[in-house]
Write a protein that binds this ligand. Structure first.
Ligand SMILES: [Zn+2]
Length: 261
């Protein structure tokens, strides 16, 4: 077991369906948060658990991911890591793909991955078997293309797809059940997807998050990681009313379909 597998990773819910991920080594009071869109629930969590905030990681510039940073750093001199290519005034340590973020308080070094598409310079943090991917890869879905092209997003998802199957996927929103609804329209005969829907429903009915998922699970059920699968190609063709097979065009078609779903 690596140090990181003993990390305690707890979601702090924010807004309607955001998760602010909190990371700490067991027994330690020092905590790192990912994408604090709102300061209030983080401050409440710190007070309740008796924790000290020691660093912030940001995946992209959207306010529901970075809006709480200014208030959190007002009373603390702590590093804020975030994408070099995006306008986030509170970032003290700009990072880009190929960089490493060493967090000795967690005993973990994260690799920074460039995953543009949702935004121009969106990054992911990968380490200790965990992936923090913001609004790029969702459980059974992917982010909307606000600043990037379908080709960029496809490449970003392929980059994430190449990580090990047991990678735990911590994304920025609880969108899983709605995403599964769309995925079932794309792949009505995918048994793994039907099982996943039952499990996600059970978790949500119990008031629990459906996250993290694993990359292995995403490869079996997430249509946006399955653009070379015959069933997904077939559905994309039906949606377009055209014969295509190129995975980027298949991706683009199902992304467009989901926007209207
Ligand atoms: Zn976003």
């Amino acid at each position: 077991m690596t140090a990181g597998e003993t990390l305690e990773i707890v979601p702090v819910p924010a807004f309607r369906d955001n998760y602010i991920w909190t990371l700490r080594a067991p027994g330690e009071r020092s905590v790192v948060v990912v994408d604090p869109g709102d300061a209030a629930p983080v401050l409440e969590h710190l007070a309740q658990e008796g924790l000290e905030l020691s660093a912030i990681l940001a995946t992209h510039h959207h306010p529901d991911h970075v809006g709480g940073i200014a208030e959190l750093v007002a009373q603390r001199k702590i590093p804020v890591y975030g994408p070099r290519g995006e306008p986030i005034a509170t970032v003290t340590h700009p990072v880009a793909g190929g960089d490493e973020v060493s967090l000795p308080q967690l005993g973990v070094t994260f690799q920074v991955l460039d995953i543009p598409g949702h935004t121009r310079a969106h990054v992911a943090y990968y380490g200790a078997g965990a992936l923090f991917c913001g609004d790029t890869l969702f459980a059974c879905g992917c982010g909307r293309l606000f600043e990037g092209t379908a080709e960029q997003m496809y490449e970003s998802l392929e980059k994430l797809r190449s990580l090990p199957d047991d990678t735990r996927v911590y994304c920025g929103h609880e969108y899983t059940l709605a995403n599964i609804g769309f995925a079932r329209a794309v792949e009505p005969r995918n048994d793994a997807l039907a099982r996943r829907e039952q499990e996600a429903r059970r978790l949500r009915e119990a008031g629990r998050p459906t996250l993290p998922s694993t990359l292995g699970e995403e490869k079996q059920t997430n249509p946006f990681l399955r653009c070379a699968e015959p069933a997904v190609i077939e559905s994309a063709n039906k949606y377009l009313g055209a014969r295509i097979a190129d995975p980027v065009r298949v991706f683009s078609a199902i992304r467009d379909w989901k926007n209207r779903f």
